[in-house]
Design a binder for this molecule. Structure first.
Ligand SMILES: NC(=O)c1ccc[n+]([C@@H]2O[C@H](COP(=O)([O-])OP(=O)(O)OC[C@H]3O[C@@H](n4cnc5c(N)ncnc54)[C@H](OP(=O)(O)O)[C@@H]3O)[C@@H](O)[C@H]2O)c1
Length: 281
């Protein structure tokens, strides 16, 4: 399969170059020097212009920043030759799917979200979400098969559910990471180290890991309209919990935690505790 990656010298573009098996890969990037250097380093084909990439590839992967994905898909729409297959890999889906739905019928379209970052060791059992374009679901079959054959664990979702879940599973943990850092980093680090216990160490490690990630990427991710309702709910729940503590209402507090406890099995809880201890010792 000839695969062409738009944004090919970016983090995910390079990851695909290294990890796609049984493919002849070409990359295009807006800086031709970087494109050539990266292609040489990774042993893939550099393309001087986007049109050459679209002509060469049977399957096109758009791997530009989240905020640029919809406009890139729009920009290349009229240049994608008939019979090609095209997907983006943006971390949010609503805008990309909307543009893909306007592509001519003679091009197979789908949106794809690898649920892992460029540090992943490979496709093996990593989750890839396929988001079909409404009314063109059949065209996603190719992408499902392609990523399954690469070794990924593939699941299908619609764009709205996908973006709602990303607000919970990606944006919320990162928001909490920033929040925790913003609370803690005002204190002298020496005092923190002297007094830190296991749970603190665990949360602080996560928060520091969040800080080393690209803040622009997470800012873009939090522009998902589904994020604000999640944060509103977070603040409401924090207020409720705070009120239980402030009023010293022991039975309400125990009832609240008991309800959370009942949503999990004993196995969930004991496995989490064992994992927590392994990670922190
Ligand atoms: N990073 C992750 O953990 C992750 C995980 C899953 C999915 N994704 C998705 O993967 C996509 C790429 O993310 P990334 O982390 O690889 O970002 P990245 O490292 O910033 O790479 C994006 C690439 O796109 C290029 N680019 C930017 N604007 C462009 C334009 N107008 N025309 C052509 N090329 C352009 C950039 O080139 P310059 O360097 O010259 O600006 C860069 O090479 C995003 O949609 C993101 O949501 C990311």
């Amino acid at each position: 399969m000839r695969v062409g990656i738009v944004g090919g010298y970016g983090k995910m573009g390079q990851w695909f170059c290294r990890n796609l098996s049984d493919c002849d890969i070409a990359i295009y990037g807006r800086d031709s020097t970087k494109t050539r250097q990266c292609a040489q380093k990774l042993g893939v084909r550099p393309m001087e212009d986007i049109k050459s990439l679209l002509d060469y590839a049977e399957m096109i992967i758009v791997s530009v920043p989240l905020s640029e994905t919809a406009s890139m898909l729009e920009r290349i729409k009229d240049f994608v030759p008939a019979g090609k297959k095209i997907c983006d890999i943006a971390s949010l889906k609503s805008k990309a799917v909307q543009v893909l739905s306007t592509y001519p019928q003679h091009i197979a379209v789908s949106s794809v979200h690898p649920l892992f970052g460029p540090g992943s060791p490979g496709f093996n059992r990593k989750k890839v979400i396929i988001v079909p374009v409404e009314s063109r679901k059949k065209e996603s079959d190719f992408f499902c098969t392609f990523f399954k054959e690469q070794g990924a664990s593939v699941m299908v979702s619609d764009a709205v559910s996908h973006d709602r879940m990303m607000a919970l599973t990606l944006s919320l943990p990162h928001f909490l990471g920033y929040l925790f850092s913003s609370m803690i980093l005002h204190h002298p680090s020496e005092a923190i180290h002297q007094f830190e216990g296991t749970s603190f160490k665990y949360l602080f490690t996560f928060s520091k890991a969040v800080l080393q990630e690209d803040p622009l990427f997470y800012f873009e991710l939090m522009q998902n309209p589904q994020v604000i309702p999640v944060l509103d709910s977070l603040i409401d729940r924090a207020e409720t919990l705070k009120a239980l503590i402030a009023t010293g209402d022991r039975s309400a507090f125990l009832q609240c935690v008991g309800e959370l406890h009942r949503k999990l099995t004993e196995k969930d809880l004991s496995e989490a505790y064992a994992l927590f201890n392994r990670l922190t010792h």
